[in-house]
Ligand binder design. Structure first.
Ligand SMILES: C[S@@+](CC[C@H](N)C(=O)[O-])C[C@H]1O[C@@H](n2cnc3c(N)ncnc32)[C@H](O)[C@@H]1O
Length: 198
């Protein structure tokens, strides 16, 4: 699978990955990581966790992927085609403020994404999905309806997902991702969180 540091790609195989992950019990997978700020922040705050940020777009990752943290890795991949080297690794998955095909796949219950989430999860893995109003409006629905659609898709796929909970401006301001900050200070600071486990 393809990893990135700055502008430099690197092909990482399962053996190298296993060596990087050694001694880390908790592995967080951040799908649609964007510029990777949330993944970086989590890795720096919890040195005993290993954090893997995944995004289809490499350009935005240049800055944070240069960070020399031993417990942080960025992978270039589509969320619908997660590398099989990740299978069974994730103890926690985050999808923060998805847009584009990532949001579409969550909304449509795209089996490539839904099965991928299951494949990368270890038993009792947990998941947090944060959605924002503008992205759901662009996708042709409302924040609430979109959240319930995704909730029901995950429920059908075997996840135990709690009812959607709204995130207020204060929660968005405190949330350590670039998109959360943009939303908090933007025109439409509405967001919802879905949490659950498999
Ligand atoms: C609004 S940004 C949020 C970024 C970050 N999570 C944050 O909170 O700052 C949405 C991200 O989803 C990524 N994305 C969209 N579709 C994707 C897909 N199919 N696979 C992987 N990443 C995808 C985009 O490249 C973008 O970086």
């Amino acid at each position: 699978m393809e990893t990135i540091r700055g502008r430099t790609p690197h092909a990482l195989d399962s053996i190298e990955l296993a060596a990087r992950l050694a001694n880390h019990q908790r592995i967080l997978l951040d799908l649609g990581t964007g510029d990777g700020k949330f993944a970086f922040h989590h890795a720096r705050t919890f040195p005993s966790h290993f954090v893997i940020g995944v995004d289809a777009c490499r350009e935005n990752l240049r800055e944070y992927s240069r960070a020399k943290l031993p417990n942080l890795l960025y992978i270039i991949a589509g969320a619908q085609e997660l590398p099989r080297e990740l299978n069974g690794l994730a103890s926690h998955i985050t999808i923060n403020f998805p847009w584009g095909s990532l949001l579409e796949s969550l909304m449509n219950g795209d089996p490539r994404l839904i099965r991928g989430l299951e494949s990368v999860s270890r038993s009792a893995a947990s998941i947090d999905i944060r959605l924002n109003g503008g992205a759901l409006t662009e996708a042709g629905t409302t924040l609430e309806n979109g959240a319930w659609t995704i909730h029901n898709n995950l429920l059908r796929a075997g996840w135990q997902i709690k009812a959607p909970v709204s995130m207020d401006v204060c929660a968005l301001r405190k949330f350590p991702s670039t998109w959360a900050k943009r939303l908090a200070f933007g025109r439409d600071p509405r967001a919802i969180q879905l949490s659950g486990c498999i």
